[in-house]
Design a protein around this ligand. Structure first.
Ligand SMILES: NC(=O)C1=CN([C@@H]2O[C@H](COP(=O)(O)OP(=O)(O)OC[C@H]3O[C@@H](n4cnc5c(N)ncnc54)[C@H](O)[C@@H]3O)[C@@H](O)[C@H]2O)C=CC1
Ligand SMILES: CC(=O)N[C@@H]1[C@@H](OP(=O)(O)OP(=O)(O)OC[C@H]2O[C@@H](n3ccc(=O)[nH]c3=O)[C@H](O)[C@@H]2O)O[C@H](C(=O)O)[C@@H](O)[C@@H]1O
Length: 433
């Protein structure tokens, strides 16, 4: 089948490769000329080795990256769906633009599949009317379905094939055709949703579920600190119960999915309550990190802080909406507290001296003000270190070498990944979440 994938970023690239590696003739359309050029030169933008191999195999088959859209039997839309920070609403402009492009190339009998994560109702109420501009009737003249993507970044090549999938079309025939397309490609089970809106709702519910469960662990971490006990020890022991499985606390939830998708559920509903509170709990964990720092340093004023890790989670290079970036922003923009408030809590102010950032996976880029430096530069003269991403590489940092470089001896390990005993043996005040 001739397939045109619209948007060959992280998800679209893997999806295009999935179809090309299974005998389909695939054009990957993306308006980003540099991205297409790099792919054509055999240089996929990924740090995941198995995804790289998978894409290179596809390029040897029938996968053609392109800046031009083509007519195809099937159009799969994998464009971004960011959210507007202020309103917490989905920015559907990319989906709308992709819909307009598809409409210009749509023929009777074609299939259209939306993979992007969207608020419930988007396929039927936003995309279908745009496609109808082709003077074809959705359902009768072409099929239209939502097939949400659930791969875990870092493990995409495996999960792309092995995860179960939920597919919901705007009518039964659309669902049938979409299931028939994916079924031979995936090892996971394909589940039929009653309609496209349910499929959209299910995808968002899965991410909101994880966000709420992480918030529960994070709240426990703060409560445990009030009792002077380790939340990790308590959670490990709680999890011995056969029906308890608490997740890991940390500095908050990052990435461009978990902090965003719960809000999409509330786009056309006023009933978010627990889900909204969970968002606040998770975002508030950076305040807890700062409290831990303040407890260890007598004052943050003029303190030089090294932040290790601005990726949104361990061993990935993606820094979008990361706790590390939130921490850097807070530390660099905090104003000294009002004189009265400072006096009330012992005279401390919260302005800090300097913040230096190191992340072995993330590169400095022009779009952010953050300069990523090497480890030695970050630690040199620092009063305190905060580990804010669970990268394996941080476990190899030698505490003796860190102590030689630093002025102070404070470390806040927000993922509890370091060996506390060894760091304490080297004179560090070690605090963890
Ligand atoms: N990255 C992830 O882990 C997951 C992402 N998703 C969802 O998949 C969708 C895509 O996400 P990513 O691949 O991560 O985004 P991305 O930003 O990596 O890639 C999106 C691509 O779409 C291209 N694009 C923008 N406008 C376009 C248009 N009008 N036509 C064609 N291409 C266009 C961009 O140039 C970019 O290359 C989003 O809705 C996201 O929420 C779902 C599951 C996992
Ligand atoms: C329900 C679910 O597991 N969704 C996945 C999620 O991918 P993502 O990489 O965002 O998830 P993640 O590994 O839970 O990480 C998200 C954030 O949560 C934090 N995190 C995670 C687990 C935990 O116990 N504690 C914790 O603090 C991570 O450090 C990170 O900041 O969102 C993806 C998406 O929708 O883009 C989705 O495809 C993935 O399957």
């Amino acid at each position: 089948m001739k397939i045109c994938v619209h948007g060959i970023g992280y998800i679209g690239l893997a999806t295009a490769a999935l179809f090309a590696n299974n005998g389909h003739d695939v054009v990957g359309y993306d308006p980003n000329e540099k991205l297409v050029e790099e792919l054509r030169a055999g240089n996929p933008r990924t740090t995941e080795d198995d995804l790289r191999e998978y894409v290179l195999d596809a390029l040897d088959e029938d996968f053609e990256p392109s800046n031009e859209v083509v007519e195809a039997d099937c159009h799969i839309i994998c464009v971004p769906t960011p959210y507007e920070e202020e309103s917490k609403r989905a920015d559907l402009s990319y989906v709308e633009m992709a819909g307009q492009t598809v409409a210009e190339h749509l023929r009777e009998g074609d299939m259209v599949i939306l993979e992007s994560t969207v608020p419930p109702g988007t396929t039927e109420e936003v995309l279908a009317p745009i496609l109808a501009a082709a003077e074809l009737t959705p359902g009768r003249d072409f099929s239209l379905s939502h097939c949400p993507e659930t791969v875990l970044p870092g493990n995409i090549a495996h999960e792309l094939v092995h995860n179960d999938r939920i597919i919901g079309g705007i009518d039964d025939e659309s669902t049938d055709k979409t299931i028939a397309l994916y079924d031979p490609l995936v090892e996971g089970t394909i589940h039929r949703a009653p309609d496209a809106t349910t499929a959209e709702f299910v995808k968002l519910s899965q991410n909101a579920y994880r966000d709420v469960n992480i918030a529960f662990a994070n709240e426990l971490a703060r409560v445990a600190a009030d009792y002077g006990i380790s939340s990790r020890d308590a959670i490990d022991l709680a999890n011995v119960h056969p029906r308890v499985d608490i997740l890991n606390p940390g500095p908050g939830v990052g990435g461009h999915c978990l902090p965003i998708d719960p809000w999409f559920l509330g786009q056309f509903s006023d009933s978010l309550n627990l889900i909204e509170s969970a968002r606040r709990v998770n975002d508030g964990m950076i305040d807890f990190v700062i409290e831990l720092l303040e407890d260890e340093l007598s004052s943050l004023e003029n303190a030089d802080i090294a932040v290790l890790g601005v990726a949104y989670k361990g061993n990935v290079d993606d820094a979008r909406h990361s706790p590390g970036l939130r921490l850097v922003e807070r530390l660099t923009t905090m104003e000294p507290r009002e004189v009265g408030a400072a006096a009330a809590d012992g005279g401390q102010t919260r302005a800090c001296g300097s913040v230096r950032v190191h992340d072995p996976h993330v590169e400095s880029d022009e779009s952010s003000d953050i300069d990523i430096v090497d480890l030695e530069t970050a630690l040199d003269g620092a009063d305190a270190v905060v580990v804010c991403a669970g990268h394996d590489a941080f476990c190899d940092i030698n505490p003796a070498e860190a102590a030689d470089l630093m002025d102070g001896r404070v470390i806040v390990d927000s993922f509890s990944i370091l060996d506390a005993v060894t760091w304490r043996e080297h004179g560090f005040d070690y605090a963890a979440i």
